[in-house]
Design a protein around this ligand. Structure first.
Ligand code: SAM
Length: 308
């Protein structure tokens, strides 16, 4: 695929580069905010699973404003290292660990967060049931951390895969938030089962003590949640959000969107700092990467032998 064909195929990937976002996902958070006004009155925010950092960029630009308010505290957590961002404190850590929750609290000097967002995703395997299960585990880990750091009345936004057991997750979230909505921003492809739960007004059950246990692993949940009826059945509203005139993430657009402006290829805003393909790039730079079509032209150094 040529450098410009991805620009043509994926309009939000291209807009992200034009506007200086590290990833196209920035538009998902921006469109969720358009619908739910998530950033109003927020001065302490947590971005879970933040790398490469486009949601943290959105938080930094929106919360700190033009005067770069020093009052605002943003903490970003990810397993992977992330290039620095103005006004964002980074923790390289695992959101399934209590130590990560404690470190976030330390950064807020004992105060609670107003907003927690989580765009976490595991490396997908392509086996849908497995991917949905792991995504649900990650969401529950994010919820657990949230119960340690979010103030009562605060909001939580997280990526969810709308698989067949999603009702169980909705029910679990409803225990902690008075309002739970499932939202699909325009920039999230229709072809993807990804959506976002927007959980508003954190109000844990009386006497609830935050912990990191995972109710999905507790086998007392031996209920088919889709069969529940009456008040036991929770129907979470589904909302398509983002301006209807916004670009459609499933459509292919021409390279020249505006007839008065010529298309120009832009490199990504922040290339990965430690990509898994780094070694291959190094080999290519030194012309040591084996080429299938003309093996006799190259020195006999294979990827495997250099890795040792
Ligand atoms: N919101 C980010 C942005 O806008 O740039 C993109 C997030 S990316 C889709 C998902 C991230 O989840 C990856 O960077 C991955 O390292 C992170 N992740 C997955 N499991 C995690 C865990 N247990 N703890 C922390 N981060 C995790």
């Amino acid at each position: 695929m040529g450098r410009s064909s991805k620009d043509k195929r994926d309009i939000y990937y291209r807009l992200a580069k034009e506007e200086g976002w590290r990833a196209r996902s920035a538009f998902k958070l921006l469109q969720l905010d358009e619908e739910f006004n998530l950033f109003k009155g927020v001065s302490r925010a947590v971005d879970l699973c933040a790398a490469p950092g486009s949601w943290s960029q959105v938080l930094s630009r929106k919360l700190r404003g033009k005067d770069k308010s020093e009052e605002v505290k943003i903490v970003a957590v990810d397993l992977q290292a992330m290039a620095p961002l103005p006004g964002v404190t980074q923790i390289q850590g695992d959101i399934t660990k209590i130590s990560t929750a404690q470190e976030i609290i330390r950064h807020f000097e004992g105060q609670s967060a107003d907003l927690v967002v989580c765009d976490g995703a595991p490396d997908v395997t392509g086996l849908h049931d497995v991917d949905e299960y792991i995504q649900a585990q990650l969401l529950l880990a994010a919820l657990n951390i949230t119960t340690h750091v979010l103030k009562p009345g605060g909001n939580f936004v997280a990526k969810i895969f709308r698989g067949k057991d999603v009702t169980l997750l909705y029910s679990q979230l409803k225990i902690f938030f008075s309002s739970v909505t499932c939202a699909k921003p325009r920039s999230s492809r229709n072809s993807s089962i990804e959506a976002f739960v927007v959980c508003q007004n954190y109000s844990p059950p009386e006497g609830y003590v935050p912990n990191m246990s995972n109710p999905l692993l507790d086998h007392s949940y031996d209920v088919d949640f889709n069969q529940l009826e009456g008040p036991n059945r929770i129907i979470v509203p589904f909302l398509a959000c983002g301006d209807l005139s916004a670009f459609d993430s499933d459509r292919t657009y021409p390279l020249q969107l505006d007839s008065s402006k010529e298309y120009q290829y832009l490199p990504p805003t922040q290339p990965p700092i430690r990509p898994p393909y780094q070694q291959a790039c190094q080999l290519r730079k030194n012309n040591l990467l084996a080429k299938e079509d003309s093996p006799s032209d190259l020195p006999s150094v294979s990827f495997h032998s250099l890795a040792q």
